[in-house]
Design a protein around this ligand. Structure first.
Ligand code: MF3
Ligand code: CO
Ligand code: CO
Length: 278
């Protein structure tokens, strides 16, 4: 089952969910500091979702086939953790990079899924560049989205930009359709060939969430069966937005007041419709 929404009330439900997910990141941003534990970040986000937004954190107890229930409300992926980092006692230190991945479920059942990278304290030029290139990869992918474009077009621009910078694209995890369920078809690969794969159709909602490694692309999964790290212990970065295919192109759903603005590199691609309507 894919989400292909036509109905304006479904689209408004998805817009609302996207904005709320992004607002959790806005809320937590000032707390991302040296000395703060990932458990504290998780607790603050959980309380904000529960008490202020009245949303449900989708990760909590999420259990796809073959996995144990995810024990926390958000994912915190630090340094060589690629994705699905479980909040715990780890304390952030200067120079760390951390991805916070938020998925909310609104009271009417819509999902919004988004993540950002944060640089803690004094970041190295190397970590800053990895986070920036990955941000550009996500936005280059978003800029491909319009009716009739192919999924391979998205993967191709992401892979090309990452590899040109000397980085690698993680293959085992991908973007996904999203709507009134968390993960559904289609799979949005972050590598591929132009003109290949499924065609995009107006009304589709899915995520673009490239995971880019500074070193080799291979992964290893920790004994908790969730935490995924780079096999070579190189740094990894990820950014994620939920998008809607519109008649004229793309609408980014996971935007809020403090969303980082799209990078220079995509501005020419959006032309007069920049920034993409939300
Ligand atoms: N938010 C992640 C994604 O982008 C999924 C996290 S599943 C969890 O698809 F259980 F680890 F939270
Ligand atoms: Co996602
Ligand atoms: Co996510």
């Amino acid at each position: 089952m894919k989400s292909i929404f036509k109905d304006e009330s479904d689209l408004n439900g998805m817009r609302h969910a996207g904005k709320l997910a992004s607002e959790v990141l806005d809320f937590i941003t000032p707390h991302i500091q040296e000395g703060v534990s990932t458990n504290t970040i998780d607790r603050l986000c959980h309380e904000y979702m529960r008490d202020i937004q009245h949303t449900i954190p989708a990760p909590l107890n999420y259990q796809p086939p073959g996995y144990p229930p995810f024990p926390k409300s958000i994912c915190t992926s630090v340094n060589d953790v690629i994705c699905h980092g479980i909040p715990g006692e780890r304390v952030l230190k200067s120079g760390d990079i951390v991805n916070l991945d938020i998925t909310v479920i609104t009271p009417d059942g819509y999902y919004g899924d988004t993540s950002r990278m944060f640089l803690v304290g004094e970041a190295s030029i190397m970590s800053t560049r990895l986070c920036q290139i990955t941000f550009e990869c996500m936005w280059l992918g978003i800029a491909q989205v319009k009716p009739g474009a192919r999924l391979g077009d998205i993967g191709y621009v992401i892979q090309t930009h990452a590899e040109k910078a000397g980085y690698s694209v993680v293959r085992e995890y991908c973007g996904h359709g999203i709507g009134k369920v968390f993960h559904q078809d289609p799979q949005i690969l972050h590598y591929g060939k132009p003109g290949n794969g499924e065609s995009l159709v107006e009304g589709m909602t899915f995520t673009i969430e490239p995971m880019i490694n500074a070193g080799r692309r291979e992964i290893r999964t920790m004994p908790d069966l969730w935490t995924v790290k780079t096999k070579d212990r190189s740094l990894s970065a990820q950014w994620e937005h939920t998008v809607l295919v519109t008649a004229s192109g793309v609408e980014v759903l996971t935007v809020s007041e403090h969303s980082p603005i799209p990078p220079e590199i995509v501005r020419p691609l959006f032309g007069s419709t920049f920034p993409p309507k939300s």
